[in-house]
Design a protein around this ligand. Structure first.
Ligand code: FRU
Length: 496
């Protein structure tokens, strides 16, 4: 049995004593970031799905608020989004007051005449998100489909006009369906988007948003994010993205077979780890920033992660930007600012890393820490960091110079028998830059978020190591690498 609060995250949002999954209704209003989320208000297992609520000024320190949109006997309240309806297009506000409108999926229960159907519904708040009323004309969009869910609504302004756009999924058909509306209540079909790869069981939680290319507001591309579930044993849940264009009607990806841009892959992983799912972005973040939050979990084993009395946590919020390399586009993700150091940064300078493990006089245990390391590959075949070492436990974050891959190996990270697919070794394609690898690791009590080459590649993983596994070593195999620099910064807890 586990100590009451073993594995309680120190710098990640989690509920006090209940289950959470997807982030929902991410919206920024008047200096406040709202985080709604899939929540079972009554326990630490999935069920009774309702929207829980927390607020923050910096995306790091969160304050819990009362349940926002509860399930009732007719429906569970599945994932969705929220918009500030400034001009009161919905008429749900009153003159001079803009309603906050949530668009969520009604998953109808046995008691409902619509049992078995998923349709889109509204709830609105006239007090800045504190209290909510379900719209009495729900649902507002019903395709008589059992798998139509996860509406992301945003304000579109472009050549074809200004209106609300909804991206949702037909989950089993693996399609994103787009609709438009002038009032959030009446929706008109626009188009659908699908892709042949990769082979999965379903699509969930889409998001569609513009990003300036290399920061140039005159040159915009659109990014479509899709969460997907693979066949059992294939890795569980993960998120992919497409880069392309959206003309207000149709999303057209840049890459893939038969497209104008053969350099651009049709799709890419948003994160190469096992624990980054249902990722969506904020509406109305300040200064045009695009900020993502993912659920730091995997549907393969999310129901059995060994935490109590809560289950589920959010990954650290990340700002995402788009960059061009010739005709190819890449995304870069960086953790938002706001984490505070809990002490002085300790540094290690230039040194050789010959074959083997070389323990550093630094300890990584339950207290959160940011490790920033730059390596030169030298003659090494594989080099990097081994952390949370103790007894037989270790987690590896290393670079394979032959395969040109970042490898995160948590097969011996600690407790992992709760989920068949939990013990895993992830690989992600990474190019050295001038022979060098830059790594940033945000390490919390039960997770590692690895950012390589300034956030071009990320790997998010839960680990359940023993408190006594605190070793941190430099590592090389078949040759000598060089550590250029290592910075070790203890981080302050950001309690819920
Ligand atoms: C993704 C998901 C969504 C759904 C919600 C229900 O994790 O399955 O598709 O709306 O969770 O909790």
């Amino acid at each position: 049995s586990f100590a009451a609060e073993a594995y309680r995250p120190r710098i990640h949002y989690t509920a006090a004593d209940t289950w959470i999954n997807d982030p929902n209704g991410l919206v920024h209003i008047d200096g406040i970031y709202h985080l709604f989320f899939q929540n079972n208000p009554f326990g630490k297992d999935w069920g009774n799905m309702s929207w829980g609520h927390a607020v923050s000024r910096d995306l790091i320190h969160w304050q819990d608020r009362p349940i926002a949109i509860p399930c009732d006997q007719d429906e569970q309240v599945y994932s969705g989004s929220a918009v500030l309806d400034k001009a009161n297009t919905s008429g749900l506000g009153s003159p001079g007051s803009s309603p906050l409108v949530a668009v969520y999926t009604s998953a109808y229960s046995q008691a409902s005449a619509r049992h078995g159907i998923q349709a889109q519904s509204l709830a609105f708040s006239l007090d800045g998100g504190e209290t909510w009323t379900k719209y009495d004309g729900n649902p507002v969009l019903d395709r008589s489909s059992p798998h139509f869910r996860d509406p992301k609504v945003f304000r579109y302004k472009g050549p074809s006009g200004e209106y609300w756009v909804m991206a949702a999924v037909e989950a089993i058909d693996r399609k994103v369906v787009l609709y438009r509306s002038d009032n959030l209540k009446d929706w008109t079909y626009l188009s659908e988007f699908t892709s042949t790869s990769p082979v999965v069981t379903m699509w969930e939680c889409p998001d569609l948003f513009p990003l300036p290319v290399d920061g140039d507001p005159a040159n915009t591309k659109w990014v479509l994010i899709v969460s997907l579930n693979r066949e059992p044993g294939e890795g569980g849940s993960a998120v992919i993205f497409f880069v392309g264009d959206f003309d207000g009607l149709v999303f057209t990806p840049d890459g893939g077979p038969g497209t104008a841009n053969p350099d651009q892959p049709e799709w890419e992983w948003l994160d190469h780890g096992r624990d980054y799912y249902a990722t969506v972005s904020y509406n109305d973040a300040p200064d045009g920033r695009r900020i993502l939050i993912g659920w730091m979990n995997n549907s393969d084993y999310s129901g059995s992660v060994p935490t109590t009395p809560w289950r589920g946590a959010m990954a650290l919020p990340r700002e995402v930007t788009l960059h061009s390399h010739g005709s190819r586009f890449t995304l870069r993700q960086r953790v938002v600012e706001g984490l505070e150091p809990a002490g002085a940064t300790q540094t290690h300078g230039l040194r050789d890393v010959p074959d083997g493990l070389h323990p550093l006089n630094l300890s990584v245990g339950e207290d959160p820490v940011l490790i920033e390391a730059v390596f030169d590959a030298g003659s090494s075949a594989e080099f990097g960091l081994v952390l949370r070492q103790g007894g037989r436990e270790e987690t590896r974050v290393v670079y394979d110079t032959v395969r040109e891959q970042l490898v995160v190996d948590r097969r011996s990270s600690g407790h992992g028998s709760f989920g068949q697919s939990f013990p895993s070794k992830e690989t992600a394609p990474v190019q050295l830059i001038g022979g060098r690898l830059a790594l940033q690791l945000y390490v919390d009590v039960a997770s590692i978020e690895a950012f390589a080459q300034g956030g071009l590649v990320t790997v998010t993983e839960q680990i359940f190591a023993s408190p006594s596994s605190t070793g941190l070593s430099l590592y090389s195999a078949n040759g000598t690498a060089q550590l250029i620099s290592l910075k070790f910064t203890p981080l302050k807890e950001a309690p819920i």
